[in-house]
Ligand binder design. Structure first.
Ligand code: GLA
Length: 613
């Protein structure tokens, strides 16, 4: 490899990370700021980085009078000293001191594309490793931090972000976020960055609907031209991204796990690995350009089995709601097979006791009344029609009215002496516990094996509350619960490498780069109105490629939440076909649009009296 193509150039005091169209530079050993940010943007050389390292030392020293050092120059700003802007790390050290004094320890290259920079507190055995991985073609740098307690007493973690990203000073910076709510996810929002801190995030234990863990910044870029900086967090739990503009125009974006309620002790000798946060840079081609970078990046580092063509699927939710018995499915299966559906998914309502949303979650065997001959009868029918068989599950949850919670009341999260919060009549199971995770793996593995299940729609329909687990100290539960779900997903994918996994959290509530590195796609939304879907899908496409979002074409008027408009069948399909195509038509209506003119309207779908919301 020639020098000019090296991805990581490391000298005693400077590191330069290179992608095809960008550079990222840091310097080490400065007395005020042992790991100093020099540059993130267009391509520079090692000599350029040295010039940046040496510029205006006096000015930097003087600026220390108001904030020392400036977080926008710090690679990983920490609490302590004269800092007054948002920081990435705040801890209480064993001697009660809450300020950190970082001193440079080492910088080491890892393989061709990685770097680890280590610093330690000057007085206490706290060590922080800053990790970097370069994606050359996508112009992306992935970063995360690991916090090590090298002492023999606990260190209290109060805030620990994955990374801080200084953005070069520009005037009139615009922030793009993807905000929303249930059934209106991923709405692109642009706002001017003003002095102070603008935050997006979630405290729900999942990324949630309020915002996607992603932002983009530009100073006058259009859709097709201009420079854009963008970051994405792959945490899958509660999160926060802060955009901080200081009085002198310095700007930094930092993010990671939501600090609210995170406080917990990191034991002697323990290490805390924080979620990966990736930054992508587009030098010329504006917002569409940065989206292409994200798609490139996702296809290399996120998307599961990107080479596998996603199946056209049918989902039975809006056709039947909770009436998901064998008689209903016998009607739906041949109708789904006829127009070429490849995967038939039976949604919520098939399992024991599930007549409404008040009971059954947790008992992952077929309801004996709805399926007197078991679920295998439906699996056979679906397979006989040449389709793969998929099943809806929500294993992180249980209704109090379930055999599972009757047998294991202690498996649901709760605070002693308080009434548990019920959302949709359900409680959250403690996935920090290994016995609960083992139960989930076994129950789902049995279901998959016994009924030759080819796909799981894994849903998650309530936020994490009563965050207390004997298996995770205090606030660590916010991290451990996510790790628990990931461990179950990983184990199921290890046991069943061909099993499709869809991540649903009432739509795209869990569709960050962490979840999408384990699930093949996310459900785009319960809103299937094609006009509204255009906005949802366009927002989602800012950070994720088309093969990671399931898009349903439904009856007209659409079955989900909608404007109740009557767009043509062609239009409904054109919109749905920009993602992983799914169908949600319900008889008798779907026969007429399936065969009629593009403008054919269908009868309203049959509605169950037991609606979900
Ligand atoms: C969530 C999902 C829906 C459906 C229902 C079933 O709301 O987003 O698609 O699966 O649960 O209860």
């Amino acid at each position: 490899m020639t020098e000019s193509r090296r991805l990581v150039e490391l000298t005693d005091d400077v590191a330069l990370l290179r992608t095809a169209g960008s550079s990222y530079a840091i310097a080490f050993g400065d007395e005020l700021n042992p790991v100093r940010h020099l540059h993130w943007g267009g391509q520079i050389s090692l000599d350029d980085a040295r010039v940046l390292r040496d510029r205006d030392p006096e000015l930097r020293r003087r600026s220390g009078a108001v904030s020392q050092p400036r977080p926008a120059d710090e690679e990983y700003p920490v609490w302590g000293g004269l800092r007054r802007e948002p920081v990435a790390l705040k801890v209480t050290l064993p001697d009660g001191v809450r300020g950190i004094v970082p001193t440079f320890v080492s910088a080491e290259q890892v393989g061709d594309d990685g770097l680890v920079v280590t610093w330690a507190d000057a007085h206490q055995p706290l060590r922080v490793c800053l990790h970097y991985r370069v994606d050359e073609a996508a112009d992306a740098i992935s970063r995360w931090a690991t916090i090590h307690n090298d002492g023999d007493a606990p260190v209290r973690i109060e805030q620990a972000f994955s990374a801080s990203w200084p953005i070069p000073v520009r005037h009139d910076v615009q922030l793009t976020t993807l905000v929303g709510r249930y059934a209106a996810e991923c709405q692109e929002q642009r706002l001017p960055v003003r002095q102070g801190v603008t935050s997006v995030g979630s405290v729900h234990g999942i990324p949630g609907h309020d915002a996607m863990p992603w932002v983009a910044l530009d100073a006058g870029a259009t859709l097709t031209a201009g420079e854009v900086w963008s970051v994405s967090l792959a945490g899958s739990g509660s999160w926060r991204i802060d955009v901080a503009l200081a009085h002198d125009g310095r700007l930094h974006v930092l993010g990671g796990v939501q600090p609210v309620d995170l406080g917990h002790d990191l034991g002697p000798g323990a290490a805390l690995d924080l979620p990966v946060m990736t930054g992508a840079y587009e030098g010329f081609a504006g917002h569409d350009g940065i989206s292409r970078r994200w798609h490139d990046y996702a296809r290399r580092h996120v998307v599961v089995q990107p080479e596998r063509l996603r199946p056209v699927h049918y989902n039975s939710w809006f056709a039947r709601y909770y009436d998901q018995g064998i008689a209903d499915q016998r009607e739906l299966v041949p109708l789904a097979a006829e127009p070429g559906v490849e995967l038939f998914v039976i949604d919520d309502g098939w399992f024991k006791g599930r007549l409404t949303d008040t009971a059954g979650l947790g008992d992952w065997t077929a309801d004996p009344v709805k399926f007197p001959n078991g679920l295998g009868e439906l699996a056979d029918l679906v397979h006989a029609h040449g389709m793969q068989f998929g099943v809806w599950i929500e294993p992180e949850m249980a209704n109090p009215d379930s055999d599972l919670l009757r047998a294991h009341p202690d498996w649901a999260l709760e605070w002693p002496s308080r009434e548990p919060t019920l959302v949709r009549h359900q409680r959250m199971l403690d996935f920090c516990r290994s016995d609960v995770r083992q139960w989930a793996v076994d129950a789902i593995a049995d279901l998959v094996t016994e009924h030759r299940v080819d796909a799981l729609k894994w849903d998650m329909n309530r936020p994490l509350t009563e965050a207390l687990s004997a298996a995770a100290p205090e606030g660590e539960i916010w991290l451990a619960q996510v790790r628990g779900v990931w461990a179950v997903w990983d184990e199921l994918r290890r046991r069943f490498p061909d099993l499709w996994l869809e991540s649903c959290a009432s739509g795209t509530g869990r569709a960050d780069h962490g979840a999408l590195s384990r699930a093949h796609w996310a459900l785009g939304s319960d809103n299937t109105d094609p006009l509204e879907r255009l906005a949802i899908q366009a927002g989602f496409a800012r950070m994720n490629p088309a093969e990671t979002i399931a898009c349903w074409a439904t009856d007209a008027p659409p079955s989900g939440l909608s404007t109740r408009a009557y767009p043509s069948l062609d239009f409904r399909f054109h919109v749905a076909m920009t993602g992983v195509l799914g169908k949600e038509f319900s008889p008798p209506g779907w026969r007429s649009p399936g065969r009629g003119s593009p403008d054919a309207r269908t009868d309203p779908p049959r509605r169950s009296s037991r609606r979900r919301r």
